[in-house]
Design a protein around this ligand. Structure first.
Ligand code: DAH
Length: 341
């Protein structure tokens, strides 16, 4: 008996646990009911009554020793595993680099347009995408029942009074003129909406940028020079601009703006339909009725305005042939673009 206790004590003192499995093996051997220590307790019934007291003392000592050792082994193991974690961080490893996104081509081009006009004194303005009839049509000199309203296939939200998704950013012109006194030089980029079937050349949601300059003695020559400047900055020095007489209810005279085709350099290709010219927007002198509708004295002030399609400019700039690529979000397409300057 004495020997057995001695050997169990020696075994306990020498025990180690370098893993959870070894710790569990220790627990099974010395702590659990069926352990060797448990067996010593079970043997109590075979001990003569007069020896029970001293036997009890001896086996309780063994039990205390086993439990103290168990705590010690747990602490050691915890320290070891905390240690192993830090040991395994290799600070010399290069970091895993996250993949960077790119700037959407429409964003890059919009930014560049803003930059070009800001440098010549235009500020930024914006208006709501859900617009009333006054700002989208009536104040812009679209008479009621005028076919020009039909030209812009409108998404109506409410009828009488009409509320619609704005069909152009010209609505922002009205809002600016209603709220500011000349001189006004403002640029209004934004989303516009038209009820069109989606194809390579048309979409029901697209972007325009509107420009407006109102002051004393603003003339058509100012409009031309401003857009010449823009075209050269945007597309390069060799770019030519052509103004084609046109009609818009809110400008008089009105002109469509063409630039030399970027794809063929003006020689003629299927994008410019052989003409060497591509259209980028509309423009004109603000109709005096529009100035008056917005509370600006048309005998004192005059102004020019223009509206250009951001998708159109981006397609020309990057030779993109299908408008749908802008909204498909194919990363192989998007990854090719970086901010411009
Ligand atoms: N709002 C016209 C459109 O969406 C474009 C436009 C033409 C804007 C002439 C103008 C302008 O400011 O003067 O087709």
């Amino acid at each position: 008996m004495q020997d057995k206790v001695q050997s169990i004590k020696a075994e306990i003192s020498a025990a180690t646990a370098n893993s959870q499995e070894e710790l569990e093996a220790y627990r099974m051997r010395f702590i659990s009911k069926k352990s060797v220590v448990g067996e010593l307790f079970a043997g109590m019934k075979d001990v003569a009554p007069e020896e029970r007291k001293s036997y009890g003392q001896v086996i309780n000592e063994v039990k205390d020793l086993a439990e103290a050792k168990f705590k010690e082994l747990i602490d050691q193991l915890n320290q070891q595993s905390a240690g192993t974690h830090t040991d395994h961080i290799d600070l010399t490893l290069p970091p895993v680099s996250g993949s960077l996104g790119s700037v959407h081509p429409l964003t890059a081009v919009r930014q560049r347009i803003i930059e070009i006009f800001e440098r010549i004194g235009f500020n930024l303005s914006e208006g709501p995408e859900i617009e009333d009839d006054w700002h989208n049509f009536t104040a812009l000199n679209f008479p009621e029942n005028h076919p020009a309203r039909e030209m812009q296939d409108t998404f109506f939200i409410e009828k009488n009074p009409d509320i619609a998704l704005r069909t152009h950013t010209s609505s922002v012109q009205v809002r600016v003129m209603e709220n500011q006194k000349p001189p006004i030089r403002t640029l209004s980029p934004g989303r516009v909406f038209r009820n069109e079937a989606i194809s390579a050349r048309a979409h029901c949601v697209f972007h325009q940028v509107e420009g407006l300059y109102v002051d004393e003695n603003v003339g058509f020559a100012d409009l031309k020079q401003t857009l010449y400047h823009f075209a050269k900055e945007m597309f390069g020095k060799q770019t030519k601009v052509r103004f084609r007489p046109s009609y818009f209810p809110f400008t008089e005279p009105s002109a469509e703006i063409d630039i030399t085709c970027m794809i063929c350099g003006g020689k003629g290709c299927n994008i410019c339909k052989g003409s060497g010219w591509v259209e980028i927007g509309g423009s004109g002198m603000v109709d005096p009725n529009v100035l008056e509708n917005c509370g600006i004295d048309s005998t004192k002030y005059s102004g020019f305005a223009f509206g250009m399609g951001i998708e159109r400019i981006t397609m020309l700039k990057y030779q993109i042939k299908d408008l749908r690529l802008f909204t498909e979000n194919d990363v192989r397409f998007l990854k090719q673009f970086t901010p411009m300057s």
